[in-house]
Write a protein that binds this ligand. Structure first.
Ligand code: C5P
Ligand code: MG
Length: 219
């Protein structure tokens, strides 16, 4: 990780980072999977990376991560940021091909991150300054129904009513300020994710096209 005053690990003029936010069950992961196909993103889900680390044999953070996830609270940012940074490095070292990956360039959808202001500041400063935030939004009622449906097969320890309520609280208290912060910088593309997956995707795709055309104009 970068030391104080050092530049971020990745240069944002080459590496495009788009944060993907929204409440639990808003459709972040589903929409990211579609965007990957159309735009050649590398999709990194902070929650998936944490669950993977939680289950990794020999991880010193396994129990800690499990507790935070079950309680629906935010894992200490150092852990999550390190996992994301390592995953970005691994992806760039692999040397991907295709749209957006020539000449040292790369494009990442960072899904479910930053969930709290401290993560946002630290990642922007030390890893890579994010270009935009895709913000998927719908009602708690819709999110609850989706999460309970997913819970039938997800095997996730936090897709139950008790954990879901805590996750909604964390989202309102910790994550909404992050969205407001980026909105004040004009970095948020808000997408109503109440409709069908296909309809929401049309809006998501248009938002991403818009982000890249703006980036091309400033390049
Ligand atoms: O995004 P997802 O719903 O998969 O996240 C599951 C859990 O992982 C969150 O409720 C939280 O406990 C943890 N998490 C975190 N910090 C992040 C992303 C997820 O602590 N940036
Ligand atoms: Mg997800």
């Amino acid at each position: 990780m970068a030391i104080d005053n050092a530049p971020p690990t990745f240069d944002h003029s080459l590496i495009t980072v788009i944060y993907v936010l929204g409440g639990p069950g808003a459709g972040k992961g589903t929409q990211c999977a579609n965007l990957v196909k159309d735009f050649g993103f590398s999709h990194l889900s902070a929650g998936d990376l944490l669950r993977h680390e939680q289950n990794r044999e020999g991880s010193e953070y396994g129990e800690l991560i499990r507790t935070y996830i079950r309680e629906g609270t935010i894992v200490p940012m150092e852990i999550t940021i390190k996992l994301l940074e390592n995953a970005m490095k691994a992806e760039l070292e692999k040397g991907r091909e295709g749209e957006g990956w020539a000449n040292g360039k790369g494009r990442f959808l960072i899904d479910g991150f930053p969930r709290k202001m401290d993560q946002a500041m630290k990642f922007d400063e030390t890893v890579c300054l994010a270009s935009k935030v895709l913000f998927f939004t719908t009602t708690e009622e819709v999110m609850l129904a989706r999460l309970l449906e997913r819970g039938k097969t997800s095997g996730r320890e936090d897709d139950n009513v008790e954990s879901i309520k805590k996750r909604f609280r964390t989202y309102a208290n910790d994550t909404m300020p992050v969205i407001e912060y980026y909105a004040s910088q004009d970095k948020v593309a808000e997408i109503d994710s109440t409709a069908s997956i296909e309809q929401v995707y049309e809006a998501a795709k248009a938002a991403v096209q818009n982000i890249f055309s703006q980036k091309d104009q400033t390049a």
